[in-house]
Design a protein around this ligand. Structure first.
Ligand code: SF4
Length: 384
């Protein structure tokens, strides 16, 4: 896949000397840079501008779960917002009021606050991801952000990093001292969904090839089938993608696979209809869930999950599979157990980290879910 450079980089003055901007000047020497004093002067609706600002908000945020469904207790580290991959179903379309990509230039400050937080709670196991408000690796060829963040986690006894992507931009990961503490995760789908709903992303083959490469460099892997979409020949399509995964990589390197049936906030519908008039994904059989999102009818969700669960179990019965934002009774019906029987969903995922990645054996557990619901989605937010 190709990445088109921005037509301009606009920088907030207080991060004009940042190492991020220095890096961008090297990788994008042809792109003009403009420094502005105030963020309010930045253009709001120019998708071709790359903005660099200083981040002032809360460093780590709980994954935007809701109290109505079981949440995984994941923490999100912000390094930027917005994405140009333009998937038809992306919640960011309804959530963000700016069109351009935005990165945070005060990286050193963010990293030192992160390390302080990890040091303050040595008995807490942190599962941290960067791919909720953007794609973790989309801009990596320009920013080389992975080269700075991955080594930070290499010696952490109580944290793992997950980089989630729909790209195949993995070059910068080669040769890094990752210490076995980084998982590289791909959001996957059937080939036909990729072509119709994610046309700007890397193909399924390119993503799995990239997974194979990073696995060869010693990284752990994760895969996210989210959104699972009911469409013509979906069984055959999902089986084909799963087969490709298990032919390409050793299941022992996969820490978890998540499943999440397509769901959306009602306010996303007119936006998708306007921006992607050809898509058919909104016209299935939906009901409004307890969190007010539109979800497939229960029978459809159970069928999707059961099929995926059975297919994955044929390849590796021990693999950690979890449902994103589903109720306990759906878990029982589709997978035959509920996370509560295994100590809760955060504990299940902590156990997968401890067993596969040999991390944090002395840690107690991850942060409990805060049950936050920002405007927009719960669970599946940006990329996954
Ligand atoms: S779903 Fe993910 S990859 Fe697709 S546009 Fe949204 S953030 Fe980007």
């Amino acid at each position: 896949m190709r990445l088109s450079p921005p037509k301009k980089i606009i920088v907030e003055r207080n991060v004009a000397n940042s190492s991020l901007l220095e890096q961008l000047k090297k990788t994008l020497p042809q792109v003009p840079v403009e420094v502005l004093n105030h963020r309010k002067d930045f253009p709001k609706d120019d998708p071709d501008v790359l903005e660099i600002i200083s981040f002032k908000g809360r460093l780590l945020k709980s994954c935007p779960g809701t109290r109505h469904y079981l949440c995984c207790g994941y923490q999100i580290l912000h390094f930027g917002v917005q994405c140009t991959l333009n998937c038809t179903y992306c919640i960011l379309q309804a959530y963000l009021n700016q069109a351009g990509l935005r990165l945070f230039g005060n990286e050193e400050e963010i990293f030192s606050a992160l390390l302080e937080e990890l040091n303050r709670n040595p008995q807490t196991l942190y599962r941290i991801g960067t791919g909720e408000y953007t794609d973790s690796l989309l801009l990596d060829p320009w920013t080389r952000f992975s080269r700075r963040i991955v080594p930070l986690f290499a010696r952490r006894p109580n944290a793992v990093l997950e980089l989630k992507t729909k790209t195949n931009f993995v070059e910068n990961l080669q040769g890094l001292d990752h210490g076995g503490r980084t998982l590289v995760g791909w959001s996957l789908n059937t080939r036909s969904v990729q072509i119709s709903e994610e046309p700007r992303t890397a193909s399924i083959k390119q993503r799995i090839d990239a997974a194979q490469r990073v696995s060869g460099w010693g990284y752990f892997l994760s895969f996210h089938f989210d959104p699972l979409i009911e469409h013509k020949n979906w069984r055959q399509g999902y089986e084909e993608t799963l087969d490709r995964i298990f032919q390409a990589v050793d299941p022992g390197r996969i820490v978890w696979i998540s499943l999440g049936a397509f769901r959306f906030m009602p306010q996303l519908k007119p936006i998708v209809q306007r921006r992607h008039p050809r898509t058919r994904i909104l016209y299935g059989e939906f009901i409004r869930g307890l969190d007010q999102k539109m979800r497939y009818f229960r029978d459809i969700r159970v069928e999707l999950y059961s099929f995926m669960w059975e297919t994955i179990r044929k390849a590796d019965p021990q693999l950690c599979v979890y449902l994103c934002m589903e109720s306990e009774d759906i878990w029982r019906e589709a997978l035959g157990f509920s996370p509560e029987q295994r100590g809760g969903l955060p504990q299940m995922l902590d156990d997968a980290v401890k067993t596969k990645m040999s991390v944090g054996l002395q840690c107690i557990r991850s942060n409990p879910c805060q049950g936050e619901t920002p405007p927009g989605d719960g669970g599946s937010f940006g990329c996954v």
